[in-house]
Design a protein around this ligand. Structure first.
Ligand code: COS
Length: 386
């Protein structure tokens, strides 16, 4: 693997860095304070080509490879994990699987509008009683003339109240287990699709997270993504891309809190010296730097493997596990460097800490990532009773 970036990658990275510093960072505190999901900012992300970045140009995307997509996501994540979540959901959880499993007609109908930001998408897998055990969908899809009726509920759905298109995973035949699951491309503009934004989250205040009631929701036969029975595979494929994107965003958080900590430690004077001159402060900064570098290299490896077309589920889980745990660790440590000042939102480290906490939970908890990695190493599925 070549660690150097091409001139084009350097340019895309620098452009994303400048965009983040100009459009995202200055408003991040207020959007978090006021719980504002800024749709104008989302339109700017789309104009930059960051929604659907990996979608080929013929479908309206930017046609980036995964390594380059990861650079963009890192930069956006350095500014604001709420806004990075929009990029990750739209690009990885929604566009990537329409691209992979969609019919030509489905791709032409949805991808250009998703990439342009005209349409937002959401990913309806998690349910009130179905989290890690994603194969155990309680939402039911019943076959009727010309299509399907879907009943159930979804939980913790990013963009759920703003999406015009929802990928809804539902069980069509419980006797088939995960092989009975289907993924439906659901038009949210119907009475039975009822999202409610979740209030009182710890972080990610500047992006919508909703629960969704599904009451006789309609999906026509041609709204099945992939085949009936292929839904679980669609979900896992989406998560292979989504976990990569979360990991890249977490590298951005590591970088942000490292930079904030260094700047603060050099400016803050105690005992007549900048606190950056104290060995115990330097030890914290050194470990933050080490984790940031290691997380970034794991993300680059996973991206490189995706671009080579190599199997990469394990390496993606390793990147997601390490980058998310490191981002939580680094953000916590950055607050320690800031002392009392880090406990209020005058400094971004407070927001990064609250926002990044969810990354060891969503798109597969750290425990699930360990089971995926452990299974790959041992050949034993710890989730199946022996
Ligand atoms: N890509 C494509 N297919 C995959 C896959 C992947 N990464 N991982 C598994 N599959 C397929 C398997 O090949 C298998 O296919 P067959 O039906 O042909 O046999 C099927 O999916 C079932 O796989 P497996 O037996 O590994 O499923 P498990 O029920 O053991 O579940 C875990 C595996 C735990 C890894 C999965 O349920 C999971 O990721 N859970 C966490 C869910 C999650 O991240 N939720 C957050 C939602 S977004 S906020």
């Amino acid at each position: 693997m070549d660690f150097s970036l091409t001139d084009e990658q350097e340019l895309i990275r620098r452009t994303a860095r400048e965009f983040t510093d100009r459009e995202i960072v200055p408003t991040a505190r207020d959007r978090s304070r006021d719980h504002v999901f800024d749709l104008e900012l989302v339109a700017k992300l789309a104009a930059q080509g960051y929604l659907g970045a990996i979608v080929p140009r013929e479908y309206g995307g930017a046609g980036l490879d995964y390594r380059t997509y990861g650079l963009v996501v890192e930069e956006v994540g350095r500014g604001d994990s709420s806004i990075r979540t929009v990029v990750s959901v739209q690009t990885s959880l929604v566009c990537s699987v329409i691209l992979k499993f969609g019919t030509e007609e489905q791709k032409r109908r949805y991808l250009p509008r998703l990439c342009s930001g005209e349409l937002l998408g959401c990913f309806g897998l998690t349910e009130p009683d179905t989290g890690s055990d994603a194969a155990n969908q309680k939402t039911r899809a019943t076959k009727v003339d010309g299509g399907w009726r879907i009943n159930g509920a979804k939980m913790w759905i990013s963009l759920g109240s703003h999406a015009g298109l929802a990928l809804v995973f539902a069980q069509t035949d419980p006797s088939l287990g995960h092989r009975g699951t289907a993924c439906f491309l659901v038009d949210t503009d119907q009475e039975g699709f009822r999202p409610t934004p979740l209030a009182h989250k710890m972080g990610l205040n500047a992006v919508d997270t909703s629960e969704i009631a599904l009451d006789d929701v309609w999906a026509a036969d041609d709204a099945v993504l992939g085949t009936v029975g292929q839904g679980f595979k669609v979900a896992m494929t989406a998560l292979d891309s989504g976990r990569f994107s979360v990991a890249a965003g977490c590298v951005g958080v590591c970088q942000a809190v490292l930079e904030e900590s260094v700047a603060y430690a050099k400016a803050r004077v105690q005992f007549d010296r900048p606190i950056a001159s104290f060995q115990l402060v330097q030890a914290m900064i050194a470990e933050m730097r080490m984790r940031t570098d290691a997380a970034r290299l794991l993300v680059w490896r996973a991206g490189w493997m995706k671009d080579q077309g190599l199997p990469n589920t394990t390496e993606t889980s390793i990147a997601k596990l390490y980058a998310s745990e490191s981002a939580v660790w680094c953000a916590n440590e950055a607050i320690q460097v800031h002392g009392g000042a880090g406990y209020a939102d005058d400094h971004p480290v407070e927001r990064h800490f609250r926002d990044v906490r969810v990354t060891t939970l969503y798109e597969g908890t750290s425990q699930i990532q360990k089971l995926i990695i452990g299974r790959a190493e041992t050949g034993i599925n710890a989730l199946v009773p022996s």
